[in-house]
Design a protein around this ligand. Structure first.
Ligand SMILES: [Zn+2]
Length: 358
């Protein structure tokens, strides 16, 4: 990871006005993120984890960290904008980050909570893809198919990742090439910031699949159950008991399609080198087909397939997932209170196999 930087100098050293105009026009999310950094920098540790170039401009990929610096505290990472066209994920995380920064001025409960927890935000992993309205990054690579890992079961045709051409969607990158800078930066960040913690969790926000909001867990590349099924089942039960009216469906990702090169499969498998620690990567897949169903005009825009276009629906999406983010933050902070052990763990494990792998 790069050293800490002054956000206001990155990307703007050469032609600040051009960078500013470009962001305002094509990347309002990055514009907003940099504004947020300059207003709330006293609460944030700011890293540029990589830089990507497009249209003769350099775009920083930011990681923003709040809370305790101690290696052993639990860590939650909130990731967005992996697929450039799914802007809503980045927007939701920016609203949540701003909410936390504003509350840190007066909310003594939150100040106390952050003494025992670290929050890492990576709200816009793929700025070039987002500026162009693409799913892939600037090189035409689908970052969520880019890990050096083949599916262990039969992947879905094309959707599961292909090496035919970067002009087609779901391109994994050429055989044997290193990971794309954005994917590598994400993996490095997770290994440095999350792996040392006894307990860590990721929520990676996507949109565009189905009418329900889903919480996916690994594997994407295999129908095998993962090691930490009991922990996931306990988390799922905690969510059900705490918010009985929530509308999220937690399930293994392969239920929908099997894919090559999933970054969370790759990182999860690497985390198993530390069996004494628990790393749970979750993907929030916001169901956008309801927005399309209620407003078929959304079909006329590619972006409309992944993001709400009508203002009141956009606002609702902003509010709707705030509760989940708060819940995950609290659950990570207090993981020792609900993580199952001993006999209870086996009990969760058996039931989870029945529920999810029937
Ligand atoms: Zn996505």
């Amino acid at each position: 990871m790069d050293t800490q930087v002054d956000a206001r100098t990155v990307g703007s050293d050469v032609e600040p006005q051009r960078y500013y105009d470009y962001c305002l026009r094509y990347l309002p999310e990055l514009f907003r993120l940099e504004q947020l950094i300059s207003v709330h920098e006293q609460h944030l540790r700011i890293d540029v984890v990589t830089q990507v170039v497009s249209d003769n401009q350099v775009f920083p990929v930011y990681a923003l960290t709040l809370g305790s610096r101690a290696a052993e505290v639990p860590v939650i990472a909130l990731v967005g904008g992996v697929h450039g066209v799914e802007r809503i994920g980045s927007q939701i995380l920016l609203v949540f980050l701003e909410n936390l920064c504003r509350r840190l001025h007066w909310d003594t409960g939150l100040q106390e909570e952050l003494k025992h927890l670290r929050l890492v935000f990576l709200p816009l992993l793929n700025p070039v893809g987002m500026a162009r309205g693409w799913r892939s990054n600037g090189n035409g690579v689908d970052l969520m198919r880019n890990a050096p890992l083949d599916a262990r079961d039969d992947p879905a045709w094309m959707v599961g990742g292909q090496r035919i051409s970067h002009h087609l969607p779901w391109f994994r990158g050429a055989e044997g090439e290193p990971m794309q800078p954005e994917a590598l930066a994400l993996c490095t960040l997770v290994e440095q910031q999350l792996f040392p913690a006894d307990f860590s969790l990721v929520l990676d926000v996507h949109s565009g699949f189905g009418v329900r909001d889903r919480l996916w867990f690994p594997y994407a590349g295999s129908t095998e159950p993962l090691e930490h099924l009991a922990e996931l089942a306990a988390l799922s039960q905690l969510l059900d008991e705490t918010y009985p009216h929530h509308n999220y469906l937690m399930e293994p990702q392969f239920d929908h399609y099997i894919s090559h090169g999933d970054l969370w499969d790759y990182l999860y498998l690497r985390s198993l080198n530390h069996p004494e620690r628990t790393f749970l990567p979750l993907t929030l897949e916001i169901g956008s087909w309801l927005w399309v169903k209620k407003n078929p005009r959304q079909l006329t825009s590619f972006s409309g397939l992944f993001n709400p276009l009508v203002p009141h629906r956009h606002q609702r999406a902003m509010r709707r997932h705030h509760l989940l983010l708060e819940f995950m933050m609290r659950a990570v902070r207090s993981s020792s209170a609900w993580l199952p052990t001993g006999k209870q763990r086996s009990h969760y494990q058996i039931n989870a196999i029945k529920d999810w792998y029937g």
